[in-house]
Every structure is written in structure tokens, then in C-alpha cells.
Design a protein around this ligand. Structure first.
Ligand code: ADP
Ligand code: MG
Length: 450
């Protein structure tokens, strides 16, 4: 256990090293040099400001569910007159089917959603497409998919233009929609926040996966072709999920889990941070402790060996368990991992809880370190003098539903920033921001074409 405490609970100097390594990787990526952070120009050089009007749709996919929304933006500034939203589960076979089928599913859902909500279809409606995979963006409404991440393992995806694919699928349904903006969820989240908050400069996703984007000066984006925009600023997509550096605390459990993922060897940061993986990392550590330290008695319960049996929502319930003698934790171990009740002693439960807390703290600490790096890079960590209020917009199930996690993230940011700066940095939880922001961006690009 002592070994896990020292590898998962990172001291301040280690976190500062990670922050500095992240800045180095980010700046190399921005210059177009070899880097684990792709720092891609999102081509979004306008952000919504609340003055947009009309009806806009968004389709949002990239993790566990996908979502379709409709927003009607009224003449009064920043006011949403109508908002409709539907979540759809992604049936298991769609994680490995041909990409065409997945796009058909999206188009079908968009068309039937619009019908259900009485959309007449007399006029072509603009659609913002929130597509949360690494994409080399060539225009606001075009890009090439670079690779699959998270659970997705579909043929026909890599190299495709997601806008064309969705537009073609929509045409198969002869439906009046035009996909006008392609973005990922971090960009959508930032756009969602900008609609009502001019201090919003950074968007962060903490859900199935993790990513961040921020507003950059165009002159600093080395990868952007000259003349690509006449505007001074553009959103940069860090793709920090793939961040890697020698300072990252990758443990045996991380390495072994990584080998079982479709994108083995990549996205190490995401695999230490995000909701898809935290439960599984904790399960592997608990299994190791059961083998080495007889956590559950002389034999290791076979139930503990089932991959992905401990979900991150279950991990968060254990981490927050304050029930008498940790009966809540014992219950989760019985319900989710099917461990026999007789094996779940108080001492075992308390070790399991400590592991869940450490995995959660490590995630929050790593996010805080990279966020502090990003704030330093854009001159908003007080290191260049002058202090401005900065809003970091955050979306994703991990941040939204795991209360203690939000506390850890704040604590680590307070540790890494000076108190004066930390007080100026607001982590704003914006529910459904990525989908809302995609519709707002569809509106913003329709209102101000290049
Ligand atoms: P997506 O990333 O697919 O867009 P969400 O933003 O809703 O979807 O995030 C879903 C992720 O959030 C899940 O993978 C899960 O790990 C995590 N999550 C959901 N509920 C909780 C919870 N109570 N505690 C911790 N993590 C949670
Ligand atoms: Mg999402």
C-alpha cells in the first residue's frame, strides 16, 4: 500500500514538473514540432456572443451516449427561447461496426428527433456536429479524422471527413439539414460558456475521455497556413488526452490496462484521468493488493479478476462513502463485483476506499497540473503580471456527478497557483455545454461567414 501511496499521491514539486513538461509539449505542438499534444487549430475563429438568432440543431457523439438537441435563439441577447434534447444510448455493436452504419444511426436519430419536435423542415436547418475524436480540421465545417479513441474500434473512420459522412447520411434520409460546424466537445464547452461569459477562455472535458481547448493568438499557431483566417484569435484543441512525459506517474496497473485497450500505447494521460478508465485502474490495484497482501483473505476472489467490473461511478460512490463501518462500500463490492459479503471486512473496505480516493486524487492532480500549465501559457496565471478573471468551462460526467472530485481539483489548483490567481480562476460547471455550444457555434458561423 505504501508503494501505491507514493506513486499515486503526487507531491507539489512533482506536479510542478508535470505542469512544466506539459507547457513544453504544448508549445512544441503549437510550433508544429513532434509532440504528444497535437495542439490543433480548430478553425473556430468566431465564438458565440449571445447575439445569434434562429433555430439550430446539434449532434454530439464521442463517448458513452450520443445526443441531439434543438435550440431556438431569440432576439433578446443570450436568451434561449426553446431547448429540446434527447440522449440515445449507443448499442454495443456500434462501437465496432463500419463507420457508415454509425453515421446512419446519427442521421436517423436527428431526423426522427426533429419530426418529434414538430420541426417543419420548410427551411434548411444548420447543424453543429460535436465529434469528440482527434480530427485534423481544415475548415470550420471540414476535417480529417486522425484516430479512434475510447471504446471505439470502427472501420471506415480514420481518414474520413466526419462532416461529409454525416451530410451524406442525412441525404439518404432526404432531410433538410446542413452541417455547418465541426468541433469536439471541449470546443463546444468553451463556446457554450462564451455565450454568457466573456471571461471564458478555456474549455475542459472530464467525462468518458478528457481534453482541453483554449483561445490562442493566431500568430502563435505555427501549424496554421498563412491567410487561413483574417481574425486575430482562434480556439486551439490541445488533445491533451495523449499528453505524455517521463514525469507522468504511470504505474504497473496503468501499463497492464493500457495493453487491453484498442489504442494501446497512446492516450496515457486520458487513461490516468478520465471516467472510462479510473474504475478499471482501481480494480487492478485492488487485485494486486489481494494477491500481494491478502486483502480479501488467503485466496483471491475470482470475481475481482473480471476486467472493467468496477465502473467509475462505483469508484466515486466508494470514494465518497461515509457510511457506518463502510457498509456502503461492502454493498458496492457485493453488487458490482459480486464479492461474497464474508470477504468484505471493514479493513478490506477501508483499503478499497483508500485506493479509490488515491486514483481520484491522482486524476484531479494531473488535470490541475496541466490546467495550471495552460493558464501559464496564455498568461493568466499571474506570472506575467496583471491579473484577469478567467473562466474555465468544464463539462463531462466525471466532473458533474463526482462531488468530491470537484473539491480535489480545486484543492490542487489552489496548491499550484498563488492564492490571488486561484481566486481569479473560476471552474464553471456547465451542464450540456458541449451540445449547447455546438448549436451556438452553428449559429455563430452562420451569422458571420468568413
Ligand atoms: P461522454 O463523455 O460520453 O460525453 P459524459 O460526459 O456523460 O459522457 O461522461 C460519462 C462518463 O462520466 C462515464 O464514462 C463515467 O465514467 C463518468 N461518470 C458518470 N457518473 C459518474 C459518477 N457518479 N462519478 C464518477 N464518474 C461518473
Ligand atoms: Mg460528452
Amino acid at each position: 500500500m505504501a508503494q501505491y501511496r507514493s506513486s499515486l499521491l503526487l507531491p507539489e514539486d512533482r506536479l510542478l514538473k508535470i505542469r512544466d513538461d506539459f507547457i513544453k509539449e504544448a508549445q512544441a505542438g503549437l510550433r508544429g514540432e513532434n509532440s504528444s499534444c497535437l495542439m490543433m487549430a480548430s478553425m473556430m475563429d468566431v465564438l458565440p456572443n449571445g447575439e445569434e438568432t434562429g433555430d439550430f440543431f446539434a449532434v454530439d457523439i464521442g463517448g458513452t451516449n450520443f445526443r441531439v438537441i434543438l435550440v431556438s435563439l431569440s432576439e433578446s441577447r443570450g436568451e434561449v427561447a426553446r431547448f429540446e434534447m434527447e440522449d440515445f444510448a449507443i448499442p454495443e455493436e456500434y462501437f465496432s461496426c463500419h463507420a457508415d452504419r454509425l453515421f446512419d444511426l446519427l442521421a436517423d436519430s436527428l431526423v426522427s428527433f426533429a419530426k418529434r419536435h414538430g420541426f417543419s423542415g420548410k427551411k434548411t436547418a444548420p447543424v453543429g456536429f460535436c465529434f469528440s475524436f482527434p480530427v485534423n480540421q481544415t475548415a470550420v465545417d471540414a476535417g480529417t479524422m486522425i484516430k479512434l479513441t475510447k471504446k471505439f474500434d470502427n472501420e471506415g473512420f480514420v481518414g474520413c471527413d466526419p462532416v461529409q459522412m454525416l451530410q451524406q447520411a442525412i441525404q439518404r434520409f432526404k432531410a433538410p439539414f446542413k452541417v455547418v460546424a465541426l468541433l469536439n466537445d471541449s470546443v463546444g464547452t468553451l463556446a457554450g460558456a462564451c455565450y454568457e461569459d466573456p471571461n471564458a477562455k478555456v474549455g475542459v472535458i472530464l467525462g468518458t475521455g478528457t481534453n482541453a481547448c483554449y483561445v490562442e493568438q493566431v500568430a502563435k499557431i505555427g501549424t496554421l497556413a498563412k491567410g487561413a483566417t483574417s481574425r486575430p484569435r482562434m480556439v486551439v484543441n490541445t488533445e491533451w488526452g495523449n499528453f505524455t512525459a517521463a514525469s507522468l506517474p504511470i504505474t504497473q496497473a496503468d501499463r497492464e490496462m493500457d495493453e487491453t485497450t484498442p489504442n494501446a500505447g497512446e492516450y496515457h494521460f486520458e487513461k490516468m484521468v478520465s471516467g472510462m478508465y479510473m474504475g478499471e485502474v482501481a480494480r487492478r490495484i485492488i487485485l494486486q493488493l489481494a494477491e500481494d497482501a491478502q486483502l480479501f483473505g488467503p485466496s483471491v476472489p475470482d470475481e475481482l479478476r473480471v476486467p472493467w467490473a468496477l465502473s467509475t461511478p462505483a469508484l466515486s460512490k466508494i470514494a465518497e462513502d461515509d457510511s457506518w463501518v463502510l457498509s456502503g462500500t461492502a454493498q458496492i463490492l457485493a453488487d458490482d463485483l459480486h464479492l461474497p459479503a464474508s470477504r468484505c471486512t471493514y479493513s478490506a473496505c477501508s483499503t478499497v476506499k483508500e485506493v479509490c480516493l488515491m486514483v481520484s486524487r491522482r486524476s484531479a492532480a494531473l488535470v490541475a497540473a496541466c490546467l495550471a500549465g495552460l493558464l501559464r501559457h496564455i498568461g493568466r496565471d499571474g506570472s506575467h503580471g496583471g491579473m484577469q478573471a478567467t473562466t474555465v468551462a468544464v463539462d463531462g460526467g466525471l466532473f458533474e456527478h463526482f462531488d468530491a472530485y470537484r473539491g480535489f481539483l480545486r484543492d490542487y489548483l489552489d496548491l499550484l497557483l498563488t492564492p490571488e490567481v486561484s481566486a481569479m480562476v473560476q471552474l464553471k460547471r456547465i451542464r450540456d455545454a458541449s451540445s449547447m455550444g455546438s448549436a451556438y457555434l452553428a449559429a455563430a458561423v452562420t451569422a458571420s461567414p468568413e
